[in-house]
Design a protein around this ligand. Structure first.
Ligand code: ZN
Length: 432
């Protein structure tokens, strides 16, 4: 499979899809999620599932569905001093409805700001604790005068559904690769429309391909969505051999890989190899039990082989969970760079194999098989002789191509190319 040529990836197109999804007010439930999934469905054939409010999922209960039409704060001159229509971050996500008049002092108990970043609006939620409030910039806060304010949050919390999207691309085996992302954040780009769009484009590119593994894509509300999904798939998760949670993949920071809970699994080795092969700075961090849905996938009762490949991790960039995580904070080039790394992970998952050298007593003569460098030969220029010698030496039926690539410090692609050529001339036999 020649992945490089078969994939069509454009950071600009990915960015455009983020820009389309950006204005929608999403939450863990509600019409914002439905609308977002419908847009993604124009790209990939998602199946949309729903689970009713009140459904018990392990230790949790699916909450009421939240929808919001409008919200504002008006001063006594009828001027809107805070307007949900200008930024959906202005309302604490999951705020209960309210329509009241109050003094500034009373109102201040429900206002939240970021004094360290006076121009930014914070993003706050109150999912499992009925409450209401507004998030505003410190500058807006300081402009508020003593007055009587009309406070309106036109929202509803009703018995409804938790909605999520899923796509299974069937491969030749039932063994699965799980890619998961969360669709519950309102107008925030890096966390996590970048992850949503990366997986949309990754799935789009895997459709209609001849694949060894089956690929399952989840677009779920964070935490409650993965808990819900796991509660319905307890018996089938054993098929998951590899997995990644996609988040924060559009900023300018270096790639960061958060390992699986076990820390030494094949997925961990593959991602580390991919990052090495890209010749760019990167970070690898051990698993920790905060973060995103890997917390659920890697809970001890599941302990799935799932890590998370990001750029700057959530909470480590100041723009995280603020209005500054906007369309200016992410760039097409970084989205494109991130998805190429995901594609390379898939490439290794699909193409890693173990071979046996059929001429193990001393080196075979490469020249007579056309594998020795010939000056001016286009064909052999792509072949790294060093890679050929590594593959021949380590292909004892035990080392996989990934093992050889890691040990030789050569790129997986070079090792794989060498193995293909050696296989073609009959010097290797495939073991598995
Ligand atoms: Zn977040």
């Amino acid at each position: 499979m020649d992945f490089e040529n078969e994939f069509s990836i454009s950071g600009d197109e990915m960015f455009q899809l983020i820009a389309e999804l950006y204005p929608i007010c999403r939450s863990i439930t509600g019409d914002g999620v439905r609308k977002s999934l419908e847009i993604i469905k124009d790209y990939i054939p998602l199946t949309i599932y729903q689970e009713a409010t009140g459904t018990v999922v392990f230790d949790w209960v699916i909450p009421k569905e939240w929808n919001i039409r409008d919200a504002y704060i008006k001063n006594s001159k009828e001027q809107k001093v805070v307007d949900f229509k200008k930024s959906n971050l202005h309302v604490i996500n999951y705020s209960v409805p309210i329509h009241a008049e109050m003094s500034l002092n009373e109102l201040k108990k429900h206002l939240f700001t970021l004094p360290d970043f006076p121009e930014w609006i914070p993003y706050l939620t109150s999912y499992y604790n009925e409450n209401w409030g507004f998030c505003i910039s410190q500058q807006e806060f300081e402009r508020l005068k003593d007055d009587t304010y009309e406070v309106v949050i036109d929202s509803e919390l009703i018995d409804g559904f938790l909605v999520y999207g899923e796509l299974l691309i069937k491969g030749r085996t039932d063994e699965e690769v799980l890619f998961s992302t969360y669709i519950c954040h309102p107008s925030l780009c890096n966390d996590n429309l970048s992850g949503v769009v990366l997986l949309t484009y990754l799935a789009m590119n895997l459709l209609n391909k001849d694949l060894k593994y089956s690929y399952r894509f989840l677009f779920i509300p964070e935490t409650i969505g993965s808990i819900t999904w796991l509660s319905k798939h307890e018996d089938t998760v054993k098929n998951i051999k590899y997995g990644l949670v996609a988040t924060c993949v559009g900023d300018s920071g270096p790639s960061t890989y958060k390992k699986s809970r076990e820390g030494n699994l094949q997925i961990d080795r593959i991602v580390e190899k991919v990052l090495n092969d890209f010749d760019e700075p990167f970070n690898i961090v051990d698993f920790f039990p905060t973060g995103s849905d890997e917390r659920q996938f890697c809970s001890p009762g599941f302990n799935l082989p799932i890590g998370s490949l990001m750029r700057t991790p959530y909470a480590l960039f100041p723009e995280y969970h603020t209005s500054a995580d906007n369309l200016d904070f992410i760039q097409p080039q970084f989205l494109e760079n991130s998805i190429k790394k995901y594609i390379q992970v898939v490439f290794i998952i699909e193409n890693n194999a173990t071979f046996l050298n059929k001429n193990p007593k001393c080196e075979p003569q490469l020249g007579k098989r056309g594998l020795y460098r010939k000056i001016g030969s286009q064909k052999t220029n792509i072949l790294n002789e060093n890679a050929i010698l590594w593959v021949l030496n380590l292909s004892d039926g035990k080392n996989s191509l990934l093992d050889i690539a890691i040990r030789s410090k050569l790129k997986f692609l070079e090792i794989w190319n060498a193995a293909i050529e050696l296989y073609k001339v009959g010097l290797l036999e495939k073991v598995n």
